[in-house]
Write a protein that binds this ligand. Structure first.
Ligand code: DX5
Ligand code: ZN
Length: 213
């Protein structure tokens, strides 16, 4: 299991310290939640802060867009050379076109599904995708409870990706902890995002290691 701690739960007054800490603790990706106050009822960070994070991160960036104007934000973040940019299918009229655009910029492309969106929504996009991110909370805030229905959903997505594109990764975001990590692994999940679980733990290293099963 790959681990992508979400810096949404970091101490923003000590962002460099916290980003270095999760990288040193052995995370695989640094998950960055970009919220615009329109698609979700919260506002987070833009390219100025993300570029500071990129400078001190020693692991690749995983940018999760929760915004209305996806193309604008893809162009804004592309110069920071993240490993992944993921966007919500619920907010994109032309997901296939945007996947091509992200990949043309040399970035891996992923689509995010809200809790109500079925995995079949990406069936005919899977062959072009590097990742599908399943939300296991409603997007907008850290520290929410895990929505259990993501487990059967991940299993259905796992069957679909085996058919269309076995290389496409499945990531789950929200409420992830040592209590649900085994069920996620069994369902075929490859990457988990963990915010409050990692940052509220006395030892970030121990928290990350407890998810690396
Ligand atoms: C929610 C974000 C998540 C969030 C996860 O909209 O996408 O990445 O930070 O935080 P936890 O792990 O605390 O649920
Ligand atoms: Zn996220």
């Amino acid at each position: 299991m790959k681990i992508a701690p979400s810096i949404l739960s970091a101490d923003f007054g000590n962002l460099e310290r916290d980003v270095k800490a999760i990288c040193d603790a052995g995370c695989d990706l640094v998950h960055i939640d970009v919220m615009d106050g329109h698609f979700v009822p919260n506002l987070t960070i833009g390219p100025v802060v993300v570029s500071s994070v990129a400078k001190c991160a020693t692991k690749p960036l995983d940018i999760h867009l929760m915004v209305e104007n996806n193309t604008f934000f893809v162009e804004l973040f592309a110069p920071l050379k993240p490993e992944y940019i993921t966007f919500h299918i619920e907010e994109e009229k032309h997901p296939h076109r945007l996947i091509q655009k992200i990949k043309s910029l040399g970035i891996k492309a992923g689509i995010v599904l809200n809790p109500h969106t079925p995995p079949e929504a990406v069936e005919f996009l899977l062959q072009d995708l590097d990742m599908v991110l399943l939300m296991s909370v409603n997007p907008g805030f850290g520290g929410q409870s895990f929505i259990e229905s993501v487990i059967p959903k991940a299993k259905r997505l796992d069957a679909l990706r085996k058919k269309y594109n076995p290389k496409c990764l499945i990531e789950v975001d929200g409420g992830v902890s040592n209590k649900n990590i085994e069920a996620l692994k069994d369902a075929g999940v490859d990457v988990v995002v963990a915010g409050s679980y990692v940052f509220n733990h006395a030892s970030k290293k121990e928290a990350i290691e407890s998810l690396q099963i």
